[in-house]
Design a protein around this ligand. Structure first.
Ligand SMILES: [Fe+2]
Length: 291
């Protein structure tokens, strides 16, 4: 699905296995582009990765002769692995995430007892975006919005009237993202969401995921006005206290995402696999009774 507005074209590619949307933001054939929240396919039963989802991004970029300038993450995802290194090798571009990723790295280095050489400065990424930092994609000038809550390091990316909200909001009939991962904070998410919902009412909001009810097709674009009117968790009039109570109660019922253990270990490395051991194989760990 491609939509165009204010000279920014947005193409979303939905991954049905992880319910994730990867976006390509550009200004038409032959222009610069940014890729947001890519997916490396991973089979938890066999420990094998493949590039089916990422290759759809490659095909789109090549078909439109786009020049990749940025490969962006909204946060260290817990439900899928990023394909950033694969896309960078195939298409070029710089990888980036919000600068608070260092806090997430610190927490998970402890939980996974990572190798001493694992750096906690975010240097696995080519760039760390600060709150409100400008981001240029060719002639398109955007901004990074700091939106903690789901994780302490979440960012959204704004290009004109299009905002890629990451895991803050979902479609209005699905609600909002969970806040029970390490460093998550429902109060912070409430504030972050209201920062987004204070943008002009016609602002287009692009979701990182969709988990549709059985009676509607996949959708991942909505507006500030629609969210404020209809979001089941946080429409106009929902107080911070009510939101936090709802979120806390609901989070207590949610299972951990299937891929959280491999996803976190790969994503805090900007998508690189852990160092190979002396038999030439890379491993992810399963911490027992720690998460
Ligand atoms: Fe997430």
């Amino acid at each position: 699905m491609t939509t165009q507005n204010n000279n920014a074209q947005v193409h979303g590619i939905f991954d049905p296995k992880t319910w994730t949307v990867t976006y390509v933001v550009h200004q038409g054939v032959g222009s610069a582009c940014a890729i947001i929240d890519s997916v490396l396919d991973y089979d938890p039963k066999s420990g094998r990765t493949n590039h089916h989802s990422a290759d759809q991004v490659v095909e789109y970029v090549q078909a439109h002769q786009l020049k990749v300038e940025w490969i962006l993450e909204t946060h260290a995802h817990a439900d899928h692995l990023t394909a950033a290194p694969y896309l960078k090798a195939k298409l070029g571009g710089k990888t980036a995430i919000g600068d608070h990723i260092t806090e997430v790295q610190k927490v998970f280095k402890g939980i996974f007892n990572l190798e001493p050489e694992f750096k906690l400065d975010g240097s696995q990424f080519d760039h760390l975006f600060k709150a409100d930092e400008e981001i240029k994609v060719g002639n398109l000038v955007g901004k990074t919005l700091f939106v903690p809550g789901h994780t302490p390091a979440c960012v959204a990316y704004q290009f004109g009237d299009a905002v890629f909200v990451g895991d803050t909001l979902f479609m209005p009939d699905v609600g909002t993202a969970r806040c029970d991962f390490p460093g998550g904070d429902a109060k912070a998410l409430y504030a972050s969401i209201w920062m987004l919902l204070s943008l002009p009412s016609e602002t287009r909001l692009f979701m990182c995921h969709d988990y549709p009810p059985t009676d509607r097709p996949i959708a991942f674009e909505t507006t500030v006005a629609e969210q404020r009117a209809k979001n089941i968790h946080i429409h106009d009039g929902v107080s911070e206290a009510d939101f936090v109570a709802m979120r806390t109660k609901r989070d207590a019922t949610l299972e951990m995402p299937v891929l959280i253990l491999p996803a976190v270990q790969i994503n805090i490395r900007a998508g690189e696999l852990p160092p190979k051991e002396d038999n030439g194989i890379a491993y992810v760990k399963i911490p027992l009774n720690a998460l």
